[in-house]
Design a protein around this ligand. Structure first.
Ligand code: HEC
Length: 122
């Protein structure tokens, strides 16, 4: 009986780990994010950013988690992104959308990182 209980905890622990690993907490755009994006890309409205978020998760969340943009410096992104676009084999239109999402959320000094809404993979 006691062994069974322990086994339950083990199973629940493993399930929790898998869930935490697979559900990518990428934030949805808030009005300040949209405003920031549109300062540089007029077309980047909230729908655009929300779609870019899904593209990012789908194209970049397969081999590793789709890293929240603020986890790396802008310098690291500039270095890594072109290599990763090759890894992901995306076309340049999709890559450009993903890049806009990353740039919009990378700098959290003016806008807090927003509420991370879990996005189920695929
Ligand atoms: C085919 C597998 C694969 C895909 C798809 C992929 N990556 Fe990667 N990524 C890797 C591997 C392997 C590394 C670690 C080695 C390296 O840095 O080159 C990595 C590293 C990174 C890093 C650096 C992490 C660190 O700790 O320094 C970033 C940032 C990154 N990827 C972003 C992306 C983005 C953005 C995309 C989508 C465009 C993407 N990745 C798609 C395999 C992949």
């Amino acid at each position: 009986m006691r062994r069974r209980m322990r086994f339950h905890w083990l199973v629940m622990g493993v399930v929790a780990l898998v869930v935490v690993h697979c559900v990518t907490p990428l934030p949805l755009p808030t009005p300040p994010h949209v405003q920031r994006a549109q300062e540089r890309w007029e077309f980047a409205d909230s729908t655009f950013l929300a779609e870019a978020r899904v593209l990012y998760s789908k194209n970049c969340g397969g081999c590793h988690r789709a890293y929240p943009p603020w986890e790396f410096s802008l310098k690291t992104w500039v270095k890594e992104f072109p290599e990763m676009v090759e890894e992901a084999k995306t076309d340049s239109a999709i890559a450009a959308r993903i890049w806009i999402y990353i740039l919009t959320f990378q700098d959290t000094t003016r806008i807090p990182p927003a509420i991370a809404v879990p996005l189920p993979r695929k």
